[in-house]
Design a protein around this ligand. Structure first.
Ligand code: NAD
Length: 474
């Protein structure tokens, strides 16, 4: 049992204002594995005070110095990489091998990448004006559980590099990696108040941060529901609000595509992290003429997605993060059946041989129509909907017929054709023919998938204020 009984505020581990705690449950064993403080509004206020007090000096520190701190943080985390991966698997349920590469190596690469990104701070000249980039101020970072450390560093690393100070409120389901990050912050001796950690619920700590007049910006990743609430609260003091929200992303397979490659990549993308991925391709759009072949190939390929204990097995899928999430996904599967979609494989029952753990079988529905609930709402579980279309026009219409716009994929043997379709899709990132992961390309949503961008230069720019200093005309 891991007991974390303090919050990290103003460079110290301090006792929370209240006595309440949050329990962390291992979703594979259903056992409580840790306890962390359930912080409250006074804790959030203390953290904001510390961040505000630290802001002027941090913002004024030379850029190279802030970058050097990021390198120290990355090195400190690297030294504890195996512990991190193990912790994230215990709190989240992702298979350990994947936790090593995706949940640990990737966030470390992102910190390193920002530490080298020094050329985005150049002044710009517009006639007689000089345009300078300055840090926005105190940033509250509110993060979800599905890629817990990744989502933290996508905010904290660029915010710190930009010269902002930070209060982090991690997800109540997966706070342990954030505590390890705070350990490293303390170990390397980052100046007091630059990074603060307050664990607690969204309603209590998250809302206190969103309301607080001394918070200049909220960088939020999570559900559209909570993003809306944070925006409403932040509006009272005209905060900058950057939102990375949900998705219902389409993989659009054109009639000349390599069908096998498209199906394989879509299944990989839809089922990774047991479907708990914001940009998961959960709608597979195929021409009517290819529908039967798609169904046969997808159900065959789905057999490779083994569900098992995330530790000590060759599992591709571990459990979902919580009993609540498992039930939510099961309810969607039931709804799909009730609304007339054809259950091709998987289903709501506990996978064979797994007596405990919040598992859901990889599930594929055929005959899905665009108005069905499973085609419209974010399920956040390993559930794929296959939808057929008549022609390219209809395909683009169905792909865009969603409240979301986070990501999409297009498949075609003709790259130019694929790019032309990609440009018609209302989404922040479109992968053409399995486009490679890119940790410095902008990532973010159109429509209700959010606003603002993360990753690379675009992610850094979110944390800048832009000032024009005007001189007399010469
Ligand atoms: P969630 O919205 O329930 O929680 C996210 C964070 O917001 C948590 O820290 C939570 O405590 C906090 N929160 C909840 N209610 C709040 C409130 N009223 N005020 C302030 N903070 C509040 O989401 P979740 O279940 O943790 O994560 C899943 C969601 O996140 C999915 O919808 C997924 O698509 C989305 N997500 C988006 C991205 C992206 O980059 N677009 C990445 C990962 C996850």
């Amino acid at each position: 049992m891991i007991i974390r009984d303090r919050l990290y505020i103003d460079g110290q581990w301090v006792t929370a204002a209240g006595q309440k705690t949050l329990q962390v449950v291992n979703p594979a064993t259903e056992e409580v594995i840790a306890e962390v403080p359930a912080g409250s509004a006074p804790d959030a206020a203390a953290a904001v005070r510390a961040a505000r007090a630290a802001f002027a000096d941090w913002a004024a520190a030379p850029l190279e110095e802030r970058a050097a701190w990021l390198k120290k943080l990355a090195a400190g985390l690297q030294a504890r990489a195996e512990e991190l991966a193990t912790l994230i698997t215990a709190e989240l349920g992702m298979p350990l091998d994947l936790s090593r590469s995706i949940q640990t190596d990737m966030p470390l690469d992102i910190i390193e990448g920002y530490a080298d990104m020094l050329d985005c701070f150049q002044d710009e000249h517009i006639d007689s004006a000089v345009v300078v980039r300055e840090p926005v101020g105190v940033v509250a970072c509110i993060t979800p559980w599905n890629y817990p450390l990744l989502q933290i560093v996508l905010k904290v690393a660029p915010a710190l590099l930009a010269g902002c100070t930070v209060v982090l409120k991690p997800s109540e389901l997966t706070p342990l990696d954030a505590f390890l990050l705070a350990d490293v912050v303390a170990e390397v001796g980052l100046p007091a108040g630059v990074f603060n950690l307050v664990s607690g619920s969204g309603e209590e700590v998250g809302e206190a941060l969103a309301r607080h007049p001394e918070v200049d910006m909220i960088s939020f990743t999570g559900s559209t529901r909570a993003g809306r609430r944070v925006s409403e609260l932040g509006a009272a003091t005209i905060k900058r609000v950057a939102l990375e929200l949900g998705g219902k992303s389409p993989a659009l397979v054109l009639d000349d595509a390599d069908l096998s490659a498209a199906i394989e990549a879509t299944l990989d993308n839809c089922f990774i992290n047991s479907g708990q991925t914001c940009d998961a391709m959960t709608r597979l759009l195929v021409p009517e003429a290819l529908y039967e072949r798609t169904v046969a190939m997808a159900t065959e390929k789905a057999k490779a997605y083994t569900v098992a204990d995330p530790v000590g097995s060759k599992a591709k899928l571990g459990p979902l993060v919580s009993a609540r999430q498992q039930q939510r996904v099961r309810d969607y599967i039931q709804k799909g059946i009730e609304e007339g979609a054809e259950l091709l494989c998987g289903g709501g029952e506990q996978p064979a041989g797994l007596k405990r753990g919040y598992y859901v079988q990889p599930t594929i529905f055929g005959g899905v129509t665009p108005e069905m609930t499973i085609a419209r709402e974010e399920i956040f579980g390993p559930v794929l909907s296959i939808i057929s279309y008549k022609d390219e026009e209809e395909a683009v219409r169905i792909a865009n017929d969603t409240d979301y716009g986070l990501a999409a994929a297009v498949w075609s043997a003709d790259e130019q054709r694929a790019h032309a379709v990609a440009r018609r899709l209302r989404a922040g990132q479109v992968a053409v023919n399995g486009g490679a992961d890119n940790l410095i390309a902008p990532f973010g949503g159109y429509k209700q998938s959010g606003n603002g961008r993360e990753m690379g230069r675009y992610g850094l720019e979110e944390f800048f204020e832009i000032k024009a200093i005007l001189s007399p005309q010469k």
